[in-house]
Design a protein around this ligand. Structure first.
Ligand code: KG4
Ligand code: ZN
Length: 336
């Protein structure tokens, strides 16, 4: 049997507050995964400051990419393609990774592969779960997105439900800030909620279709916190988590029934949440739905996921030219 040549993709990610580079083999095997986080820099402002993010990406990117190649023990000449996130994200932050990848592609004569950040979050599951193959339902729950996506094959997607207002991660971060936990709020609510009881009633928004809304519940938590100075913040965190998770679960189950799928892959920063993971895992028993999620380091922004999604672009001959630009509101794209 003829052996297939291994394909090595260098991934570069700079869409928000992590500067990251990674080398991934055949879309599934991580050879290196370097993440330089700016969280501490933005913490004192209570959120990501775009100008500061761009400046820090510029300072970090060269060393991050060099370290990714060194950790993987490969030379640039051995790489088959350079994948970079070109959207969605902060335009100035994206431009740093895109420009760096373009220069590297030009200098090394390797294909440039513009890659969608959301497709990257979904692809993180391919790294953690070697057996996972389309079709399945992906649920992207991150700081910027709440998308139920029908993954028909590696490059054919259909969004079947999304948020009409805040992304779920935004709601976590906003609630955390208001109750005094600081930024980034998701992991802090996750921790505090473990000490509390979900005993506070909060409103849940349901729609006829598979869309979401989190602004009502977010406002309810903020008002309660304002009106009840002695409210138990651990109970409030636990109640918030339970209320949003109920809605996430309801719509996911409805989506599986509608599409006749029995596999859900969670993706994005909020899929690191321990309560959400546990609740989704119950579906394996109660609904016979197989649930996947990436290992924690691959849930939040990283470049291994970009190299994996970039690999599926590369083998489907989707590469970019040097005109590639950052697209802050990039949507998930299909090939036909
Ligand atoms: O995917 P990500 O790193 O960036 C985007 O593409 O948006 O997601 C960041 C979001 C933030 O809102 C953060 O608070 C949330 O993911 N997050 C969590 C947890 N870890 C990160 N939310 C809830 N529980 C967690 N453990
Ligand atoms: Zn992300």
């Amino acid at each position: 049997m003829k052996m297939m040549k291994d394909i090595l993709i260098l991934g570069i990610e700079s869409s928000c507050d992590e500067t990251a580079a990674a080398v991934v083999k055949n879309g599934r095997e991580v050879l290196s995964n370097v993440i330089s986080s700016q969280i501490e820099i933005h913490e004192k402002f209570g959120g990501v400051v775009p100008e500061i993010a761009s400046r820090n990406h510029v300072e970090a990117i060269s060393n991050v990419v060099k370290k990714a190649l060194k950790d993987a023990n490969v030379k640039l000449e051995e790489i088959d393609g350079i994948a970079c996130t070109y959207g969605p994200g902060l335009v100035g932050a994206l431009l740093v990774g895109v420009s760096y990848a373009k220069a590297l592609s030009y200098a090394s004569n390797k294909p440039l592969i513009g890659t969608n950040h959301i497709e990257g979050h979904i692809a993180a599951n391919y790294i953690t779960h070697k057996e996972l193959k389309p079709p399945f339902l992906a649920f992207v729950i991150s700081g910027g997105h709440t998308h139920l996506v029908h993954i028909k094959n590696y490059k054919q997607f259909e969004i079947i439900g999304k948020t009409r207002d805040d992304a779920i991660g935004e709601a976590f971060d906003k609630v955390a800030r208001v109750i005094g936990l600081g930024y980034p709020g998701g992991p802090k609510i996750d921790k505090l909620a473990k000490e509390g009881q979900a005993n506070i009633q909060l409103p849940k928004t349901h729609f006829e279709n598979l869309d979401f809304s989190f602004s009502g519940i977010k406002t309810a938590v903020i008002n309660l916190n304002h009106k009840t100075p002695n409210i138990n913040k651990a109970d409030l965190s636990a109640s918030f988590e339970k209320a949003v998770t109920d809605v996430l679960i309801d719509n996911s189950v409805k989506a599986c029934e509608k599409l006749k799928l029995n596999t859900i892959a969670l993706a994005g920063g909020v899929s690191a949440n321990s309560y959400i993971r546990a609740r989704f895992l119950e579906l394996q028993e109660t609904k016979n739905i197989k649930v996947y999620y990436p290992e924690p380091v691959l849930c939040t922004d990283n470049a291994a996921m970009i190299a994996s999604a970039g690999y599926y672009n590369y083998i489907n001959k989707i590469t970019s030219n040097l005109e590639l630009n950052a697209v802050p509101n990039l949507k998930i794209t299909n090939i036909d």
